[in-house]
Design a protein around this ligand. Structure first.
Ligand code: PEP
Length: 252
């Protein structure tokens, strides 16, 4: 049994759109019985982050879904990592495939954001993962290595890596209902840990949480959670449903 604390993140993406929906989600989380051994982090849209943090039970942490590389200045529309820290938001999701694809974020930019976020005192949920075409051509491990490799160039100390949770999220599994098999998740996450061991150190590899994301739901989460290199989940669609509670408790 690993000593890594199980981690479950909720990525609300650009939801909810009404105060009523937001209240329902917060009530669902506040009334849930969560396994005390699991770290739970919720990422609402940035506009709601402070309000959600105020209303949410204190054993559930809040994340932003993105931030910029600069603390302040002429960067219209961006959110500063320093401002997130000042607002009491402890986590940020970086490198989500929707940001890489729809907003053209490169691995190099994601790495700079990771450096800036850690420097500002944030913890990072760092997303990596391959497209279907890349998986079918056998490139999965190389894609993940390339994405992480840019981060490794800028972030290499044990202390910095204690602030990072790696989320392996195959692009073909995100929001599609096509979950990776537990064998696929385990194989890639084991290879990812081996990469961290060779690029950084065995100690960092052993202590870094590597979670799985992509169509996780309350039916498939238990089987995935049995895998030795699956240290939790990042959950999109199902985090907006009552089934999220069972996902948090998948390791209990
Ligand atoms: C995500 O957005 O990070 C995600 C994993 O989405 P879904 O669970 O809906 O596939």
């Amino acid at each position: 049994m690993s000593s890594r604390q199980f981690f479950v993140g909720a990525n609300w993406k650009l939801n909810p759109c009404s105060r009523d929906e937001k209240k329902k989600l917060i009530d669902m989380l506040n009334n849930a019985n969560f396994d005390k051994n699991t770290e739970v982090v919720v990422a609402p849209p940035t506009l709601y982050a402070i309000a959600v943090a105020d209303l949410l039970r204190k054993d559930v942490k809040v994340a932003a879904q993105n931030c910029y590389i600069k603390a302040s200045g002429a960067f219209t529309g961006e959110t500063s990592p320093t401002q997130l820290t000042e607002a009491g938001i402890p986590y940020v999701i970086l490198g989500h495939s929707e940001r890489r694809t729809l907003f053209h974020e490169t691995s190099s930019l994601v790495a700079q954001k990771t450096r800036a976020a850690i420097d500002a005192g944030l913890s990072v949920i760092l997303c990596v993962g391959e497209t279907l075409q890349e998986r079918e051509s056998g490139a999965t491990d190389n894609v993940v290595k390339e994405q992480l490799g840019e981060v490794v160039k800028l972030v290499s100390s044990e202390e910095d890596w204690s602030k990072i949770v790696v989320a392996y999220e195959p692009v073909w599994a995100i929001g599609t209902g096509k979950v990776a098999t537990s064998a696929q998740a385990q194989e890639t996450q084991k290879a990812t840990r081996a990469y961290l061991a060779s690029a950084l150190s065995p100690k960092i590899a052993e202590s870094t949480r590597i979670i799985y994301g992509g169509s996780v739901n309350d039916k498939n989460c238990r089987e995935l959670a049995t895998q030795p290199d699956v240290d939790g989940f990042l959950v999109g669609g199902a985090s907006l449903t009552p089934g999220f509670v069972n996902i948090v408790n998948a390791n209990a």
